[in-house]
Design a protein around this ligand. Structure first.
Ligand code: SAM
Length: 268
């Protein structure tokens, strides 16, 4: 599934390009350039553009169209299998901008990929399915608030820019889209102690949304027994009767650090 809904509304293309604000000297990664609606504007700005396109019919067409521009390169590859550090870092050590109208089916996986190397980027302008985009900007306790919200909040300032209606694309998708800006923070927003463990704690806490934090964490096998879990929650000052979705990023960070400290002391 290539998720090919091409942008045909010039006004939307221009609004996205205004947000990217491409200029000579910029290094820009475009994911899924498709038929080049955004690529043309990016390349004509003088910025160095690297485009990763999976469709083996489209990639050569783009290479041909921009053959006379030495500030453009197209890589025929699956973005999910691409080592971004290697692809981008080998071309420029300066932070990269990203512009993408992402295929709906892989947008969450692409975000997780950006989260592996958030400081490789200076600014990401991404169009996503509105439902996914709304989750990223959601506050705690609302139904859109979830795992990806917390992972992104740890490393990015996320701004919801504007909604795009299905008529802006061809073929016309069934759902609305939204354009979001992501600005990597200089350092993570919260001290989570160990990011891998933080992710496990968050995933466990959201594993059964109707259940309490206590029940979710008990069934996740993160803590040896009920007594230790009770001690961890008490030390962190977090009520196990709450639902995971009511915890803020700072509370998840505190819970992770407390769990980590308990593991260290138990290991002594
Ligand atoms: N940027 C173009 C536009 O706005 O008109 C096309 C956007 S279209 C929603 C998504 C593009 O991503 C398509 O060109 C599709 O072939 C490409 N694509 C799909 N899956 C991909 C993947 N895993 N890696 C790289 N490109 C992919």
């Amino acid at each position: 599934m290539l998720g090919q809904n091409f942008l045909v509304d010039r006004n939307v293309v221009n609004r996205i390009i205004d947000l990217v604000a491409p200029r000579s000297g910029d290094h820009i990664l475009e994911i899924g350039p498709g038929q080049g609606a955004m690529t043309r504007e990016l390349v004509s700005s003088g910025a160095s553009v690297v485009a990763v396109e999976l469709d083996r019919r489209l990639a050569p067409l783009l290479a041909k169209e921009f053959a006379s521009h030495n500030n453009f390169a197209v890589v025929e590859a699956d973005i999910l299998d691409t080592d971004l550090q290697q692809l981008l870092g080998s071309r420029s050590t300066a932070p990269w901008k990203v512009a993408a109208n992402l295929p709906y089916n892989i947008s969450s996986q692409v975000l997780l990929k950006f989260l592996e190397t958030p400081r490789l980027f200076s600014h990401l302008i991404l169009m996503l399915q509105k439902e996914v985009g709304d989750r990223l900007a959601a506050p705690p306790a609302c139904k859109e608030y979830g795992i990806l919200t917390l992972f992104c909040r740890l490393h990015f300032d996320v701004t919801r820019e504007f909604v795009v209606k299905p008529g802006a694309f061809h073929p016309v998708p069934k759902v609305d889209s939204v354009v979001l800006s992501f600005r990597p923070l200089a350092a993570p927003r919260a001290d989570v102690g160990d990011e891998r463990l933080f992710r496990q704690v968050v995933k466990a806490s959201f594993s059964q949304r109707r259940k309490t934090l206590w029940n979710c964490l008990r069934s996740a096998d993160l803590v040896a027994d009920s007594e230790r879990l009770a001690a961890i929650l008490s030390t962190a000052g977090i009520d196990g009767g709450r639902r995971g979705e009511t915890l803020t990023l700072d509370e998840f960070a505190l819970l992770t650090r407390t769990l980590l400290a308990e593991r260290h002391s138990a290991g002594k």
